[in-house]
Design a protein around this ligand. Structure first.
Ligand code: SF4
Length: 310
């Protein structure tokens, strides 16, 4: 055997062993256990060039009138059987054979997740409840399939301040309300320290559905959800946006700068002043940062002429 043939044989054996098929060596050739035509398969015509003289009977019958190959189960033909096989008739390809899938790229694409189309939503005279109802069935990204409840946002409309976090956590997912866990309780205290109550401000998130395992929301998820946040901001008409945490600040300001560089000075979202501060969940883990967060909130109070509660 030539080297090329040996290499090819080795590769074939490896492939077969990986695919769980037995190999039998017969006269130097590897044969599949299911060698030969399967029932209903067209038998391969013997080659007159390679067959031993006298070993092959050649039919003199015209091809078009030959009988179909024998059925594998030897049952007599029934009325439901296909017509006799015509060897000369072109059998066609994917335009005639149903493979159970389409090769048309337009038809074989995964269906787009359902996201309500906000493009043509007339925002005139719409309320936040209208917007919530419009968006409540959203499956615009993969988070829609794992959430328990959408956490749309809540608070006063209009409101002087819109607090925006990155996404709901486990408790929020359970209750369908933003900032209701321990971080939410700390946010309530921060709001009270500013001389306000929770029902005087609006609270929401960049994404409305909980990222599994409290991971960061992914870019495609945030992009899918941003249109509804933009409409919420339009309706709330806040005098100030306070972003909570790095992700919220980076998304709203379209930047990759770190939170430590972003906080401590004013930015704008469109024409609305925006102040970036720490997420309350971060403050729970790093209480030493509460002082800096309070300094941020004092900047907001000064901007809005709030006296505070201290
Ligand atoms: S995160 Fe936003 S875009 Fe994704 S399914 Fe939930 S509401 Fe829709």
């Amino acid at each position: 055997m030539s080297d090329d043939y040996t290499t090819l044989l080795g590769a074939l054996k490896t492939w077969l062993s990986h695919h769980g098929r037995g190999v039998t060596l017969v006269h130097g050739f590897d044969l599949f256990p299911f060698e030969g035509p399967l029932p209903g398969e067209v038998p391969t015509e013997p080659s007159l060039e390679t067959a031993a003289p006298g070993s092959v009977e050649v039919s003199q019958e015209p091809a078009a009138t030959r009988k179909p190959p024998p059925r594998g189960d030897d049952e007599p033909p029934t009325d439901n059987d296909p017509p006799p096989y015509n060897y000369d008739e072109p059998q066609g390809f994917e335009d005639e054979v149903d493979f159970g899938f389409t090769t048309d790229p337009a038809q074989s694409r995964e269906p787009e997740p359902a996201r309500p189309d906000l493009a043509h939503l007339d925002m005139t005279n719409i309320t936040m409840e209208d917007l919530r109802s419009f968006w409540k069935e959203c499956l615009g990204c993969k988070l829609g399939s794992t959430r328990k409840n959408m956490v749309f946002g809540e608070g006063a409309v209009p409101a002087r301040i819109f607090f925006i976090g990155e996404g709901p956590g486990a408790q929020e997912d359970e209750q369908g309300r933003p900032f209701v866990g321990k971080a939410g309780q700390l946010l309530d205290r921060m709001i009270e320290a500013m001389g306000l109550t929770r029902d005087q401000i609006y609270i929401g998130n960049i994404v409305k559905c909980r990222p599994p395992g409290n991971r960061d929301p992914e870019t495609d998820e945030m992009l899918s959800c941003m249109p509804v946040l933009e409409r919420q901001i339009e309706l709330v008409r806040p005098e100030v946006i306070v972003s909570l945490g790095r992700i919220s600040a980076q998304v709203l300001l379209s930047t990759t700068r770190s939170l430590s560089k972003l906080r401590g000075s004013w930015h704008t979202y469109g024409t609305i002043p925006l102040l970036a501060t720490y997420h309350p969940a971060y403050l729970l883990r790093n209480p030493a940062a509460k002082k800096a967060a309070w300094e941020d909130l004092q900047m907001v109070m000064k901007q809005l002429n709030l006296a505070g509660n201290t």
